[in-house]
Design a binder for this molecule. Structure first.
Ligand SMILES: [Zn+2]
Length: 260
C-alpha cells in the first residue's frame, strides 16, 4: 500500500476520533498526495495521533462547510488553502487545473474567496478567476491572454469553442480573420499527439483558417514577437487596427519584432 493511501486511511480513522476535517480532493490538482497530510481540527478538540500528517487548528467560519463522511473540505476551500501557501506561478496551475478538470467552478471559488477575510493572493486570484471565466483554462492560455493578446491590443479571440466543421475545441479562434492559434503547453503534443496536431492543422484548411501554433518557450521568451506574428496574420485577413506596444516592446522596431 502506498504511503499516501496508508496515510489517508489512518487520517480517516483519526478524523472519526478527533472529528477533524481533512484536506482531501477526490482527484487532486497536485500530482502526488502531499506529505504530511493536513488535518484541520476544530478549536477545543484534541488531536494527538502520531502519523504522517499535520494538525492545524481551525477557526470556525473561515472555510465552507464540510462535505461527505468522513467530513472533508469542499474542493474550493482546499484550492484556496493550497493557493495561500504557494507562490503566484503555482497558484495559476492549481486554479486552472481544478477548473479544467471540473472539480469546481469559477463562481464557487469566487464565493469562497469572498468569505475569507484574508488571502495572500487575493487581488491576483480575482484577476485570475476573471481570465479563467473568459475561457483561458490552462497556464499557457492565460499567458497568451495576458502577455500576448491583451497588452498588444489584438482583437479578443474566442476561447475553447468549436468552429462549425471541427469536431473539437480550439484554443483561440479569430474566426472573423480566418486564424486559429493553438497553444501547446500541455502534455499530449508529443508522440501520437503530434500526429493529432498535424491532423488539426490540415482540417483547419477546410474551414478557411490558417493555424499558428506556439509552445511555452515562445510565450515566455518572445511574447512580443508572437503578438506581432499574430497581428501580421490578422492584417493579411483584413484587420485594420494598430499594433500596440507593451512595456517590453515599446522601443522595438518592426524588424526587431518580426525576428523576435
Ligand atoms: Zn510587447
Amino acid at each position: 500500500m502506498g504511503l499516501a493511501r496508508l496515510g489517508r486511511r489512518a487520517a480517516w480513522r483519526s478524523v472519526r476520533q478527533a472529528r477533524a476535517r481533512i484536506v482531501w480532493l477526490p482527484a487532486p490538482p497536485v500530482a502526488n498526495a502531499p506529505e504530511p497530510l493536513d488535518v484541520l481540527v476544530p478549536r477545543g478538540r484534541r488531536a494527538d495521533i502520531a502519523g504522517p500528517w499535520r494538525f492545524i487548528r481551525e477557526t470556525a467560519g473561515v472555510r465552507a462547510r464540510s462535505v461527505g463522511d468522513p467530513p472533508r473540505l469542499p474542493v474550493e476551500s482546499t484550492v484556496l488553502d493550497l493557493a495561500d501557501a504557494r507562490d503566484a506561478g503555482e497558484m495559476v496551475g492549481l486554479v486552472t487545473t481544478a477548473v479544467q478538470r471540473r472539480l469546481t467552478t469559477v463562481k464557487r471559488l469566487r464565493q469562497e474567496l469572498g468569505q475569507r477575510a484574508r488571502h495572500r493572493h487575493r487581488a491576483l486570484l480575482g484577476d485570475l478567476l476573471a481570465d479563467v471565466e473568459a475561457g483561458a483554462d490552462s497556464p499557457i492560455e492565460l499567458r497568451y491572454l495576458r502577455e500576448v493578446e491583451r497588452p498588444h491590443g489584438l482583437p479578443k479571440g474566442k476561447r475553447q469553442q468549436s468552429r462549425s466543421g471541427l469536431p473539437y475545441r480550439t484554443d483561440v479562434d479569430y474566426d472573423e480573420y480566418g486564424l486559429i492559434v493553438e497553444l501547446d503547453g500541455r502534455a499530449g503534443h508529443e508522440g501520437v499527439g503530434r500526429f493529432r496536431d498535424m491532423d488539426r492543422d490540415n482540417r483547419h484548411v477546410f474551414v478557411n483558417a490558417r493555424t499558428l501554433r506556439y509552445g511555452s518557450y515562445d510565450l515566455v521568451a518572445r511574447p512580443c514577437g508572437v503578438a506581432f506574428q499574430v497581428y501580421r496574420a490578422l492584417v493579411e485577413q483584413g484587420y485594420l487596427e494598430a499594433f500596440l506596444r507593451c512595456r517590453r516592446c515599446i522601443a522595438a522596431t518592426e524588424a526587431d519584432l518580426f525576428l523576435a
